[in-house]
Design a protein around this ligand. Sequence first.
Ligand SMILES: [Zn+2]
Length: 541
Amino acid sequence: MIYKKLILLLAIVGFRGQIDAQNAVAVSNQKTEAWKKEIVNSLDGKYKSAQEMVDMVFSFSELGFQEMETSAYLTGILKKNGFSIEPGISGVPTAWLAKWGNGKPVIALGSDIDCIPKASQKPGVAYKEAIIEDAPGHGEGHNSGLPLVILAAIEVKKIMEREKIPGTLVIWPGVAEELLGTKAWYIRDGYFKNVDACIFTHVSSNLGVSWGDAGNTGLVSVEFKFEGSSAHAAGGPWRGKSALDAVELMDVAWNFKREHLKPTQRSHYVITDGGDQPNVVPSKAAVWYYLRERNYEDIKSMYDEAILYSKSVAEMTGTKVSHQLLGAAWPGHFNKPIAEAMYRNIKTIGLPTWDAADQQLARAVQKLVNAPKVSFRGQPIDGLATKVDTLDGPAQNFMMAGSDDIADIAWNVPTVVCRYPSNIPGLPGHNWADAIAMATPIAHKGVVAGTKVVATTLVDMLTNPKIIADAWDYHNNVQTKEVKYIPFIQTDTPPAIHLNKKIMDEFRPQLKKYYYDPSKYKTYLEQLGIQYPQLEKQSGG
Ligand SMILES: [Zn+2]
């Protein structure tokens, strides 16, 4: 009887609790909406900050693992704004964590910062012209994501301080994303252990977010090094054991193998060492593979087979082989409740207002690169996007074959990727043409729009605990119900921080002359003497 009364009492208390919670949410909803409006209005005045940061990182043009100037600049801004910095996380000199705030929820905000080899390109012009021939450049638009995240965090921090909203903001860079080089290491080393949710941002040509299976691939990036023995290539070739023979046989074997792989795979390689000169039988040679597939098992199986092939060709050629894992990524899967919360803000905020100059440049560049008429998503490609993307659920068809190691974070912490419209639709990707818009008003306006989306979604997550509770429910009971994260890297796999060092050592002194100087020039376009949009090459220029 007492027991029954207790249950009744608990039921009443519980019921009251629910009413109170509902009231609390309703009250906070009103406040939340007011704070969100305030942030959006304030960000309309932050165009200059966005422009300056985006242009600055564009001018640094640093390849993966060598983002020294970029990281020093961005952490400098964060320090000035009260964030504490933990440098060199996971043994990566250009990686860091910036933290501000107290208690729960802990929300991580990230974006990539590295650029693309040989993608140096003048911004704002509708023709190919490098700033420095063969130098790296932002032909993937990774110069825009962290400026966006930083602006959003600073704006939300102001409200958190004033309104005493608990929570911790953690900002982190995707170092060497093009090499899939760090995010699995951050997870392995525990940097996301106490994180409740993660908002990632990636440049795109529209404003959007999606949830579920992203329809892309995961991968392992692995380099095989062969060692034989040299000999005079004419005088005594029978005495040599060619490491290059091993590399070539490995590539031939893998190209035969392709016929028997699933159509979802993508595999590609570059020969990183092909010997020194023809008259010396190459004693050393190396080949670097990216092996991509749609799930862990298929990636692992390709990885194991490639190792087997490398051993077989080593035997055939009398050489020795070793391999090193240089990068890894899981296929993407993103969180539904956070994506839905973000998409509500996307609809409210909408696309930037493009002017005639923006559209002129976009159409001229689309013509220049012979852009397709229709996108993967079935939308016409004609100038810049004017209609916001739909909220997409799990990919129905295999469409996006690329990989992004944000997936390794997304399989451990509820994560979404906010896509923002800082680039021109229909470009080839990883190309000089993809750099053209990235230090122009197109990039700057796109970043401001993305900043509004991230900042308002942050406010939602900080003030409505249900979003994060639902996010974990989806994470635990849908996303990882049957698929369990198994890392490709081992506990002792080092990050491949040696990559790109030589290239950056060669180009950094030249690039320095073109670093953006905001004390002298309003924009980077002005510094480079570009009349936006410059559709034709200036004669004698
Ligand atoms: Zn990217």
